[in-house]
Ligand binder design. Sequence first.
Ligand SMILES: NC(=O)c1ccc[n+]([C@@H]2O[C@H](COP(=O)([O-])OP(=O)(O)OC[C@H]3O[C@@H](n4cnc5c(N)ncnc54)[C@H](O)[C@@H]3O)[C@@H](O)[C@H]2O)c1
Length: 344
Amino acid sequence: MRVLVTGHQGYLGTVMVPILQAAGHDVVGLDSGLFAECILGPAPVDPPGLAVDLRDVTVDQLRGFDAVIHLAALSNDPLGALAPEITYDVNHHASVRLAKLAKDAGVARFLYASTCSVYGSAGEELVTESAPLRPLTPYAESKVRVEDDVAAIADSGFTPVFLRNATAFGFSPRLRADIVLNNLVGHAVLTGDVRVLSDGTPWRPLVHAQDIAAAFATCLTAPVDKINCVAFNVGTEKNNLTVAQIAEAVVDAVPNSKLLITGESGADPRSYRVDFSAMRNALGFEAQWTIPEGAVELYKEYTSAGLSSDDFFKRFTRLPHLEKLKAAGILDETMRRINTSSGE
Ligand SMILES: NC(=O)c1ccc[n+]([C@@H]2O[C@H](COP(=O)([O-])OP(=O)(O)OC[C@H]3O[C@@H](n4cnc5c(N)ncnc54)[C@H](O)[C@@H]3O)[C@@H](O)[C@H]2O)c1
């Protein structure tokens, strides 16, 4: 299939593109390159891509694709809290616009990267896709709005599917340090402490970036009647752990590290345990990576690449990196690139 992947130069996109290519797909990217230079280790080989802001996409740029995988977003709760209107503009309005243009261009499938954080605070019970959505942040709210608005334009020729990914973990050449396992391992490698700022009790289901890529690859070729307008949780029940349990896996993976649960950030209301059976039953999809395996992988990659504190806390952490690009005059207040041409 000929597939357009938005956000192909992000953390997940950089892992997903080679997996789609290996499955035989012809991949083109679209990204404004906010994190294009945030690379740890050898540089990845990007597919041909459009250097375009999502808010400026045209219908002509979407013609000739069989599917769009839509990853591009401002993907960060703290950023969403600081600038909710920009988060809604990019994550909600531009995403719905993209879906409508894709439909107009004759694209048959639209695979959307949603999130399990749409469940917000859900207690101890396993939540299925039909559980009430209680988004607690503008980021999560923007994802709910896209699911609703894009489902409304589905028809026999346009099949949207909503992949509600658990929080990702694992190595990507375009690393993110602001997601829990990646963060805890990095902290442990750099300081010796596995530092949990909450009280450690929130449930936080995790899924490896490679498993997310495999889930999207599965939906690309799945029978239309099994995916049309369906929301799937993406992950595995074996990775439904509390933050404290995740931290213990990090202590086991990083030699001589010790656990510190400081509780300084107070209670974290974002807590949910997730049922992943729908995708398993409908499509036979099973996420493979466990959290201990991911912790060991990250430890090896961080140490072999010589991860530095500066990289970890600034370059690979979404908010400080974007602030730096703004201060340097590369991005404007709306996270739009200044003086960039559209298209490459
Ligand atoms: N990483 C996770 O834990 C996780 C979990 C669930 C869902 N998701 C979703 O998966 C998707 C990808 O996440 P990620 O971790 O790779 O995020 P990321 O921040 O690493 O990558 C996002 C990419 O989108 C691009 N982008 C942002 N705004 C853009 C714009 N206006 N125009 C064009 N490109 C733009 C960025 O340049 C970046 O390359 C997001 O939609 C995110 O919400 C991620």
